[in-house]
Design a protein around this ligand. Sequence first.
Ligand SMILES: [Zn+2]
Length: 297
Amino acid sequence: MFIPIDRNIKLVNVPKQGNFPYCTCVLIDDQIRVLLDSSCGPDLAAKLRDQGVDILINTHFHLDHTLNTGDLGPVPIWCHGLDAPAIRSVDVYWQMYGFHLYDCEELGRLLVDAYHLEDRSVQRELKDEEILDFGQVKLRVIHTPGHTPGHCSFFEEEKEILFSADIELSAVGPWYAHHCSDVDDYLDSIQKCMDLRPRLVIGGHNGVVEGDLKVKFLACRDRILRKEEKILKSLKGPATLEHLALEHTFLFPKLDFAPDIISAYRSFFNKQGVYKHLQRLIRLGYVSQEGDYYFKL
Ligand SMILES: [Zn+2]
């Protein structure tokens, strides 16, 4: 059930870690047994519960990182203070997606109901740069916002291992199509991870990443910048967000809903993703907005 990274760090062997709603989960098998993220499926979560988990750390609030928390039994949850409200309250959860801003409250509720999300208590709010000492393994909290405001990565300094969560070094990421996402923060967070010069990265959906990590971090950054260039280039005349969102799509998870609901979700996320870039382009002075229309300057 585990893929050992070393004596104290083990990947939970989640068969569908790359597919929604699963993720890469890591067990710190130390004096204190800690699980990083819980969306490993109910069966693996139940096995982990039987073996004993002392603390669950959620890298961020998304359901594909928190889904099987209930199957772990009563385990204290730690996460960053900026994502804690969305774990504590499902109402806050879908508001952080931004469903309420696009008249999509019903879509938000459907998502929450389909995955049986529940309010959970968070026992400890993590802060940037604090060291979490579990015995042999000591994790430094690296606050890496952008994907979500409280998204955290964790660095094992001595082993030079970075748990990067959804700063994904694969074609899956980066993803920032939520109301609570921020493209500038995401770019800064990629740089912050790169500056740590990890020997090995464990991503949130693709497990161990090795090789030239600097090149992979830069490729991650470039995927964001290329998207932005394409959006800017497509602004040949005045265009509305609705129009641009038809042209520029963002990666979308496989959800088990009827086709019309899927298409409503897809449209919602595309609008949010394009909107994030437009706001940045306005800040950078490349674009202006009048009413519902965006113009290239
Ligand atoms: Zn996520």
